[in-house]
Design a protein around this ligand. Structure first.
Ligand SMILES: [Fe+2]
Length: 197
């Protein structure tokens, strides 16, 4: 990994210190960044935009924004100027963050935006991403009933299983090979039904 990206991770660490979900969010950012690097290499996107966008894509949560996707230019600039980023690069990173979520109003259009969207959403179908999703279900969606949480996650998994969900071929291939998420909901539902939770 390039040393500048390691320094960006250190910067994220500093921002996350004191945040209640520090270790979980640090792991999440690392996981998204790893997918970002893989996808960037295969999709020929600009890693100098994709990597900071993946590392800082959820920064809005840590600073308490009501909509975590809408990180303002000044906040991003105060981070990325330390790495000598030009204004146009910061705008590109901001665009990736704005479009990274399933719930983003604006959909990804550039290859960098598509790669960041796919990287974040690929983490949803991993064991860690699933655990994080359940952990945050109440805070993100007000869901406190385990059955509702399972149903909500099943609906997201169903969407992801549809071929149209991801923007890049590389992400589609990675998702196709992922057997975890296709059996997880079924196994979980069987277990829950067995104990009549
Ligand atoms: Fe995320």
């Amino acid at each position: 990994m390039q040393s500048i990206f390691k320094e960006m991770l250190n910067e994220l660490d500093k921002m996350l210190k004191g945040y209640r979900y520090y270790t979980m969010e640090r792991t999440h950012a690392r996981q998204v960044m790893d997918y970002g690097i893989i996808l960037s290499e295969r999709e020929n996107s600009d890693m100098d935009i994709v990597v900071p966008a993946t590392i800082f894509h959820d920064v809005g949560r840590y600073i308490g924004l009501p909509n975590h996707r809408e990180v303002d230019f000044d906040t991003l600039s105060s981070i990325l100027k330390k790495f000598r980023y030009a204004d146009n690069q910061i705008h590109s990173v901001q665009g990736c963050i704005r479009t990274h979520s399933i719930n983003s109003k604006q959909k990804p259009s550039t290859i960098e935006q598509k790669v960041v969207f796919d990287s974040d959403n690929l983490t949803l179908i991993t064991p860690f991403g699933t655990t994080r999703w359940f952990f945050m279900a109440e805070e993100w969606g007000g869901v406190t009933n385990i059955k509702d949480a399972i149903e909500n996650l099943a609906a997201i998994y169903q969407k992801i299983d549809e071929k149209e969900f991801f923007y890049t071929d590389t992400a589609r291939k990675i998702a196709n090979k992922n057997t975890f998420f296709r059996t997880y909901i079924e196994d979980l539902t069987q277990e829950v039904n067995k104990f009549k939770l």
